[in-house]
Write a protein that binds this ligand. Structure first.
Ligand code: SAH
Ligand code: SF4
Ligand code: F3S
Length: 439
């Protein structure tokens, strides 16, 4: 039997990474094997992101590069998956004639059928969103070869409709996955030797399974109790929904990582209101202090958008002062990018000039670099338990891994191996990495 070769490339967030693993599982059943060389492939799939305009521009450029492979392989098919497929739908086929297939995030079960259509020379499109699809029964094929940490998708979609955000349109309504299937998937990962799972959703705090009334803290606790030798992380929390119950469960179990990613987006109440985030600077800061009180060693990271519609210098200074006040250990920082169809694009003007967005972003990045360095300097002299993820990219005699706080640590290899836990004394740092020695 001829095994067809699949090359898959993933853009965007961790949810997309998890989805590519579901897609791989579906196609493995159709006798596809994986290749990391697009020139060898019979099928090239690009799992795309629409979050900012530059994410889409990158994908368009990549498609232009990939279509050359059709010259050497007349049977090659190219498919666009994910959020951009959902957002632009069959218009992709007009813009890029080399694309054979466009498949939205809820339509991956339809891939075998679409591939049949496509093999006959017709274009295949399915961008239907679903109210129920969670791919609960599909065991993802893990594409990341480290075999230490894995993503487990616990819900899909988002109902929050933050005014700037395209996700509710590309991913559809929020729905939770049956907890029994989540537990099964994690048990299976433990059996296979995985040491860390990250539970994924756009807003994990609103996870809810009606049948037995499981909420997110319940689920997190159940997963953490499966084995004390695995670490549990999750992403992402929405500040408006982060509950005291979650904080309590996190502090109760040692193997739930002491790291909270809590996107603030802006430090100005006026901007937060326009963003429809449904919390204030003050209520956010209260949550941060409750988290710190319960878990003094916790690390806190965030997402920030600069240059949102109508953002003034004062709003911007409020973002800087909030960053300072929280003392973030890490941040993802972005310039606002207007997304067609969102509430903001329909109702507000994208009126902060590009050069001001750039200047504000640079100020935010500069401040974060300082905060990141301070956060790491505080760790010097301390000993942390590190889960080893692999060999350091810079030196083959060193390993790298993460602390519970999600900080990267590099240290000499000695007798340790990927997947081991090591206690490492921190001796030095940069703003990005801790350095140390195993004790
Ligand atoms: N569900 C997650 C975030 C998903 S998108 C949450 O709410 O936390 C990841 C980040 O991209 C967001 O937190 C936001 O900071 C950024 N983002 C989303 N839409 C954006 C836009 N239109 N322009 C710039 N950044 C955006
Ligand atoms: Fe987008 Fe807001 Fe949903 Fe996050 S919570 S995915 S920012 S709409
Ligand atoms: Fe991008 Fe879609 Fe994720 S827009 S950030 S890939 S949910």
């Amino acid at each position: 039997m001829y095994l067809k070769k699949l090359y898959i490339e993933t853009y965007g967030c961790q949810m997309n990474v998890a989805d590519s693993e579901v897609v791989s599982a579906i196609l493995q059943k159709e006798n596809y094997i994986f290749t990391d060389k697009p020139e060898d492939a019979d099928l090239i799939l690009i799992n795309t992101c629409s979050i900012r305009d530059n994410a889409e521009i990158r994908v368009k450029g990549r498609l232009e590069n990939l279509r050359v492979h059709k010259k050497n392989n007349k049977n090659l098919k190219i498919g666009v998956l994910g959020c951009m497929a959902e957002r632009i739908k069959d218009k992709i086929l007009e813009d890029e004639p080399a694309v054979d297939m466009v498949v939205g995030p809820d339509a991956y079960r339809d891939l075998p059928k679409l591939l049949e259509v496509v093999s006959g020379g017709t274009k295949g499109v399915n961008t239907l969103l679903s109210l129920e699809e969670t791919y609960a029964d599909i065991t993802p094929v893990r594409l990341d070869e480290n075999n230490v940490s894995a993503f487990v998708s616990i819900m899909r979609g988002c109902n929050n409709l933050c005014s700037y955000c395209v996700v509710p349109y590309t991913r559809g309504r929020e729905r939770s996955r049956d907890p029994e299937t989540i537990i099964q998937e994690v048990e299976d990962l433990i059996q296979k030797g995985y040491k860390e799972v990250t539970l994924l959703g756009q807003n994990v705090n609103s996870y809810h399974w009606k049948d037995d009334n499981t909420d997110f803290p319940d689920l997190l606790e159940r997963v953490s109790l499966l084995s004390t030798s695995i670490r549990v992380r999750y992403s992402t929390s929405h500040p408006k929904d982060l509950s005291d119950k979650l904080v309590k469960i996190m502090s109760k179990h040692k193997n739930i990582c002491k790291s909270v990613h809590l996107p603030i987006q802006s430090g100005s109440n006026i901007v937060l209101e326009k963003m429809k985030r449904r919390y204030t600077r003050e209520s956010y800061l209260q949550k941060i202090s409750a988290i710190r009180k319960a878990m003094p060693d916790v690390s806190i990271s965030t997402d920030i958008i600069t240059g949102f519609c109508g953002e003034t210098e004062e709003d911007h200074r409020n973002t800087l002062s909030l960053m300072q006040e929280v003392g973030y250990d890490f941040s993802y920082m972005f310039k606002y990018s207007e997304r067609p169809g969102t509430f903001a694009s329909k109702n507000f003007e994208d009126d902060v000039p590009e050069e001001i967005k750039t200047r504000r972003l640079n100020e935010i990045i500069e401040l974060q670099n300082r905060l990141s360095l301070e956060s790491k300097q505080k760790d010097i002299g301390e000993v942390y338990e590190v889960l080893i993820e692999g060999i350091s990219k810079k030196s083959s005699s060193e390993l790298f891994g993460r602390t519970s706080q999600n900080k990267v640590v590099v240290f000499p290899k000695m007798h340790f191996q990927t997947g081991d836990y090591a206690f490492v004394k921190i001796t030095d740092c940069t703003s990005a990495t801790l350095k140390g020695i195993a004790v």
